[in-house]
Design a binder for this molecule. Structure first.
Ligand code: ADP
Ligand code: F6P
Length: 458
């Protein structure tokens, strides 16, 4: 049987999550932020999970996109999604900042779910279709799909870092994962280092020959590995923040915070890779040392709920909430808390208003594939005000060189950089922001998708 979609996105999640019986809400994370606008401008279908266990739904249309749900049982949510994807691969690929769990039961579930996604894609794809598989949850899909449908073009993009060989080699299923990815015609990474780690590993583990970034397989096929740094819909954000109600909301937010001299902002999924702990520690120490006073600065930390049943995430939430309580308890005054913490998701407009209200945007992950929050902040600051403090270990640091770059492991360095960003004169902020905006405006998400798809189809 052949399907009718000539362009197919295959991702672990659909762009929307189920809330209640009939309502949908945008799913969390950078993948959806990037792919949704690309999909809204093309004809095609998006295949993925609805975010609820045991739900079997028919394909449906939502917000200009055709969506094809793939069901997961509650056991698969536990073993494939929370387990192998987010307790094995996620920490391993992010520099083992938490210990990865290696379990054969989790691996079996990962393989079974990848097989289901491959079959669903094989059923949905039209003859000769372009199928674009996304991210670490589905690394076996390219080879499984190729066996079922040798007629389709298969692209794969990894949104998170691809680790160096020394770490990847820990995986008991390293060969299977490399072979899975080699089912694609083009494998995309966020950074050139990820692509070269992959090529080197294929050579070493599979004995294939490589010429630069081309991997030559025994069956005569060539697979290309290349970096395509992902981005945001610059035009949409730039327009949104020029609307009067968003500008008014930004002013209102500052007033609600007590009109402090400095508003600092963090916007992250509540993930241990995001460096929230060290960032708040640095900020707290500035109060402890009297370099900041209550009422003078407010740190707004928005932490989106994520992967809430995975042990490391439960621990992180407890730690952060204790830390926020301590800093506010020790250094706050009545009506003047140093930190405003929200464990919530916000709509796009509220988030844009928050970006406009913030003098200093703190993006300090310990390791991150790209980090789209950094690019969103830049896209929202047409007023050329505001400072971006950015971790050297985020993919975005390759492009956003005029940010205030920091080593997120160096608490004293972060304190110095936060103070410098707060005290920078307007002409300095303007000079940096102008250059950052030029980069994001000319390298937006449409360019990213076009470059990848043109290379795939050529
Ligand atoms: P990741 O993919 O690891 O979550 P990114 O920084 O690349 O990290 O992408 C995060 C995306 O999620 C951004 O588009 C950001 O705007 C969005 N986001 C983060 N926190 C929230 C929140 N509290 N409410 C709504 N959107 C959020
Ligand atoms: O690339 C980061 C990523 O894992 C995406 O695959 C995903 O959309 C996002 O983070 C959010 O994570 P989750 O789907 O586990 O909520």
């Amino acid at each position: 049987m052949r399907g009718t979609s000539s362009f197919l996105i295959v991702a672990n999640r659909l762009p929307v999550d189920r809330v209640g019986e009939k309502q949908w809400r945008r799913s969390p994370g950078g993948l959806v932020t990037a792919i949704a606008p690309v999909m809204q401008r093309r004809d095609g279908a998006w295949l993925g999970w609805t975010g609820a266990a045991g739900e079997e739904l028919k394909p449906f249309d939502h917000d200009g996109m055709h969506l094809i749900p793939v069901p997961l049982s509650s056991m698969e949510v536990e073993f494939y999604y929370e387990g192998f994807s987010n307790a094995t691969l996620w920490p391993l690929y992010h520099d083992v900042v938490a210990p990865p769990i290696y379990s054969r039961v989790l691996w079996d579930a990962y393989r079974a779910v990848n097989d289901r996604f491959a079959r669903a894609a094989a059923d949905a794809a039209a003859p000769g279709a372009v199928v674009w598989v996304q991210d670490y949850q589905l690394q076996l899909v390219p080879s499984m799909l190729r066996k079922l449908r040798p007629d389709v073009k298969i692209g794969f993009f990894l949104h998170i870092p691809f680790p160096p060989g020394e770490l990847f080699m820990q995986l008991p299923w390293r060969v299977e994962l490399l072979e899975g990815l080699l089912g694609a015609d083009l494998v995309g990474f966020q950074r050139p280092g990820g692509a070269s780690n992959f090529v080197r590993l294929c050579r070493k583990m599979l004995g294939v020959s490589t010429v630069k970034n081309d991997i030559q397989l025994d069956n005569g096929r060539t697979v290309r590995a290349e970096a395509y740094p992902i981005s945001v819909d610059f035009g949409e954000l730039d327009q949104l923040v020029r609307e009067s109600h968003v500008m008014a909301r930004a002013k209102e937010i500052r007033a609600e915070l007590g009109d402090p001299e400095h508003v600092l902002l963090g916007v992250d999924r509540l993930d241990y890779t995001k460096g929230i702990r060290a960032r708040l520690k640095a900020y707290g120490e500035l109060f402890a040392e009297g370099r900041l006073k209550p009422g003078e600065a407010v740190f707004v930390q928005v932490a989106t709920p994520t992967r809430e049943r995975v042990e490391e995430y439960i621990r992180l939430r407890n730690d952060i909430e204790l830390q926020v309580g301590r800093i506010n308890g020790e250094y706050g005054e009545i009506g003047r808390a140093p930190i405003t913490y929200m464990h919530q998701s916000f709509g796009r407009e509220e988030l844009a208003a928050l970006y406009c209200a913030a003098d200093v945007m703190m993006v300090t992950p310990l390791r991150d594939g790209m980090n789209l929050v950094a690019k969103e902040y830049v896209a929202c600051r047409h007023d050329l005000r505001g400072a971006l403090v950015l971790s050297e270990f985020a993919g975005a640091a390759d492009e956003l060189k005029q940010a205030y770059l920091v080593n997120p492991y160096d608490v004293d360095g972060m304190k110095r950089t936060m103070m410098a960003a707060m005290q920078a004169p307007p002409h300095e902020l303007g000079r940096r922001m102008r250059s950052l905006r030029r980069r994001v405006a000319t390298h937006d998400v449409d360019r990213w998708a076009n470059e990848f798809l043109t290379a795939l189809e050529s």
